[in-house]
Design a protein around this ligand. Structure first.
Ligand SMILES: Cc1ncc(COP(=O)(O)O)c(C=O)c1O
Length: 398
């Protein structure tokens, strides 16, 4: 049988590391998993309690509203006002999605198709690249760069725009950025919004790490830029902020035309998230508004533990201002090895699983990504294991 759309997908690079991890664990070895960005922290108790209560009510067992029940859309509008000073109309500028991934993927279906192109940073979170591909559009990868300098990235974006014909329909963005951890300020966003308004290009900002930021850094919502809602939508997710990954609750907010286009498509595709989950999500946002700060404190101590321990073993890695990741350049003398082979070496010999940078696109080779999903003791153990392997003769410099 000839299957459509999935034929051209490369083998998932991360699966190779996962298989090695599973094989090592089956052999009784204790692999410390800093690979997949799957949060290990619990969801807020108030949300779990509400979920149990709401699940007992048979009225909540029926189909729900595809775009999200009104109080849920109101809760995200209140969060945006409180958190970013952004006013959203819950009826026309908010739609609930089953995670940011689902929102972004289906939004692409209504924005782009064969003959269109979309600008996407390289490296990128994989769905940023594959959502336009699934929609049949061309992807033009724009170098985000090793030093991850936002101004250079802006110039690269402009260059890609100029060299593309027909002009790209949309730009995918996501800051704080996975995997590079690049962060931008409001002035940077404003520059891009100006450009997009002038050239009528859609901006899609995946704001998955809106709340996972450190050292007092506060990331801008693109919608804080005056006039942004003429051209931009943003994905806000409960996954990382409230550590509710498995619940699959996120929102696409902003430009009413795009939000309503996505709402219409989704009304054909789904009947909404299970209603008790929607009800519990309202409670999470309204009654546990400070939960993201607690989550963030945990990631910050883990970030410090990892970067400090790596520095002690001679592997200097910059401390990120945001995300739950550390983006580490492959140290000499391993830098010629490529990220996949280096990540294989780490999992097989140091018993530390990481994500090879190549899995995020060609712009990611030369790096591995550590996800901060194990506690500080385990992170320290990981650093000791890494020292054992990397300090072998010919390994890391003293
Ligand atoms: C940039 C980015 N967007 C989206 C997601 C997934 O979000 P969700 O669980 O809301 O689909 C992740 C998860 O790692 C991510 O890093």
């Amino acid at each position: 049988m000839e299957l459509r759309r999935i034929g051209g997908l490369p083998p998932y690079v991360f699966a190779q590391i996962d298989q090695l991890k599973l094989a090592a664990r089956r052999a009784g070895r204790d692999v410390i998993d800093l690979g997949f960005g799957n949060p290990d922290l619990p969801s807020p108790d108030v949300a779990v309690d509400k979920l149990i209560e709401a699940a007992r009510n048979p009225r909540n067992h029926r189909y729900s509203a595809s775009r999200g029940i009104p109080k849920l859309r109101q809760a995200i509008a209140s969060l945006y006002l409180r958190r970013f000073g952004v006013e959203l109309d819950p009826d026309s500028e908010v739609v609930t999605t089953m995670g940011a991934k689902e929102g972004l993927s289906h939004l692409m279906w209504v924005l782009a198709g064969p003959g269109d192109s979309v600008l996407v940073p390289s490296p990128s979170y994989p769905i940023h690249i594959y959502a336009p591909v699934f929609a049949g559009a061309d992807v033009r990868q724009v170098r985000l760069g090793a030093g991850a300098n936002p101004d250079e990235f802006f110039d690269n974006l402009m260059e890609s725009w100029e060299s593309a014909w027909p002009r790209p329909k949309a730009v995918v963005l996501s800051f704080p950025h996975n995997p590079t951890t690049t962060c931008v300020d409001l002035a940077w966003m404003a520059k891009l919004v100006d450009f997009a308004r002038e050239h009528e290009v859609a901006l899609i900002h995946d704001f998955a790490y809106a709340d996972i930021t450190f050292d007092g850094y506060s990331p801008p919502s693109i919608l804080q830029v005056p006039g942004a809602n003429e051209v931009a939508v943003e994905m806000y997710s409960l996954t990382k902020s409230f550590s509710m990954a498995g619940w699959r609750v996120a929102f696409t907010v902003g430009n009413a035309e795009m939000v309503q286009g996505l709402t219409k498509l989704k009304s054909y595709l789904d009947y909404g998230t299970f209603q008790p989950i929607q009800i519990a999500s309202i409670v999470a946002m309204n009654e546990a508004p400070d939960y993201p700060k607690l989550v963030c404190e945990t990631y910050q101590s883990r970030r410090d533990a990892l970067c400090d321990r790596l520095a002690q073993i001679g592997w200097e890695v910059p401390k990120p201002k945001g995300t739950m990741f550390v983006w580490a350049p492959i140290p000499e003398p391993y830098d010629e090895m490529g990220s996949l082979d280096f990540a294989k070496l780490l999992v097989e010999e140091a018993e530390v699983a990481t994500s090879p940078g190549i899995g995020f696109g060609p712009g990611g080779d030369g790096f591995v990504r550590f996800a901060l999903i194990e506690n500080e003791q385990r992170i320290s153990q990981a650093a000791r294991n890494l020292r054992r392997v990397l300090a072998r003769p010919g390994g890391l410099p003293d």
